[in-house]
Design a protein around this ligand. Structure first.
Ligand SMILES: NC(=O)c1ccc[n+]([C@@H]2O[C@H](COP(=O)([O-])OP(=O)(O)OC[C@H]3O[C@@H](n4cnc5c(N)ncnc54)[C@H](O)[C@@H]3O)[C@@H](O)[C@H]2O)c1
Length: 338
């Protein structure tokens, strides 16, 4: 395969930056667009320094059709990976319009620019949130969407529906990836999750408690029907998740047998409880995580983990890194940023 160009939106963010590293290391040319609404410009330098490769970077808002079309005209990408979106479930409850607008408008702009530029291949960032709480585990891709109480998950459901219903008429080839719970950081310790303000996700919260920035971790409920009473999630190493995007690009660029629209779970298939995660972190890194038990958070699922069989079979990808690597790499990153 000759060198192909991938355009990544949201490439300075947590998942986008790790995917950028894997794409560059695989030999893809890279164009990144980000408006830094939830990231920092120095992350682009980190990607370049880890890979010793250059990125063509544009600071732009993906909801701005004119500026994005200009970038498409200039760069002529072969594939697009669309990460750019707002991602906090809690914030989306209080600011639903902001979430629908950014997450849906940005997708519409990308599809329109792809259409006008004759770029037909897209990887879309979806989420296991779309399954809701009503299905038995492990979750399979065939399960129907559940009605959700928050705009974040609803926006992902709407985006997936738009993709499914536009693929054939526009001769697109699209892969939607439903992420479970990405944690950890690049093993170099030079790249990781960089939350603005108090973290919404558990791993940066734990690492900030470990380093003393936050006094303790609140566990939302320990009276769930699980072995230790805390919620169970399918944590996946960020580098495994990032690699799945490389596999997706390759599949879109080389496969003639792939259906025009495909959906894949990205998880390990193993559930880990919040208390187990804390224990792994403490044991592997030899640090204490003070925690308190708080009330259950409304809407939290008791237990979610993926059935990763379809990804293994068709995408030829599977998660390889252990929970130990996740907690060690996450801590190394926190020590780097302090
Ligand atoms: N992190 C998770 O746990 C998780 C789980 C499931 C799905 N996802 C999805 O994966 C994608 C990436 O998530 P992440 O964790 O890397 O989030 P992130 O916030 O770290 O990264 C998103 C990036 O997109 C940028 N961005 C947002 N809106 C933009 C716009 N209009 N124009 C240009 N740039 C914009 C932000 O500045 C940020 O750099 C999102 O679509 C998110 O919904 C994330």
């Amino acid at each position: 395969m000759d060198i192909k160009k991938v355009l990544v939106t949201g490439g300075a963010g947590f998942i986008g930056s790790h995917t950028a590293v894997e794409l560059l290391n695989t030999g893809f040319e890279l164009v990144v667009i980000d408006n830094f609404s939830n990231s920092e410009p120095w992350i682009i330098k980190q990607i370049e320094s880890i890979t010793q490769k250059k990125i063509s970077f544009y600071q732009a808002d993906v909801t701005n059709q004119l500026s994005i079309q200009d970038i498409f005209n200039k760069e002529k990408p072969d594939v697009v990976i669309h990460f750019a979106a707002y991602k906090s479930v809690g914030e989306s409850v209080t600011k639903p319009l902001m979430y629908f607008q950014n997450n849906i408008d940005s997708l519409m702009v990308i599809l329109s620019c792809m259409s006008q530029s004759n770029c037909k291949k897209l990887v879309f960032s979806s989420s296991c949130t779309i399954y809701g709480n009503n299905h038995p585990n492990p979750l399979i891709e065939d399960y129907a969407f559940s009605d959700l109480p928050h705009a974040y998950g609803s926006s992902k459901q709407i985006c997936e529906t738009i993709l499914q219903k536009t693929t054939i008429a526009n001769q697109f080839n699209i892969i939607s990836l439903r992420y479970f719970n990405p944690i950890g950081a690049h093993p170099s310790g030079l790249l990781g999750e960089l939350p603005k303000g108090t973290p919404n996700n558990i791993m940066p919260y734990i690492t900030q408690v470990a380093i003393g920035k936050l006094p303790f971790l609140t566990i939302f409920g320990n009276d769930y029907p699980t072995p230790d009473g805390t919620c169970i999630r399918d944590y996946i190493h960020i580098s495994d998740l990032a690699e799945a995007h490389v596999f997706s690009c390759k599949r879109l660029l080389t496969s003639n047998i792939a259906p025009p629209y495909e959906v894949f779970n990205l998880g390990t298939g193993t559930g880990v409880s919040v208390l187990e995660l804390i224990n792994h972190f403490e044991t592997e890194n030899n640090v204490k995580i003070p925690y308190k038990i708080g009330l259950r958070r409304p809407g939290d699922a008791v237990c979610t983990y993926a059935n990763p069989e379809k990804s293994k079979k068709n995408l030829k990808w599977e998660a390889k890194r252990s929970i130990k690597e996740m907690v060690k790499d996450g801590w190394r990153w926190q020590l780097f940023i302090k």
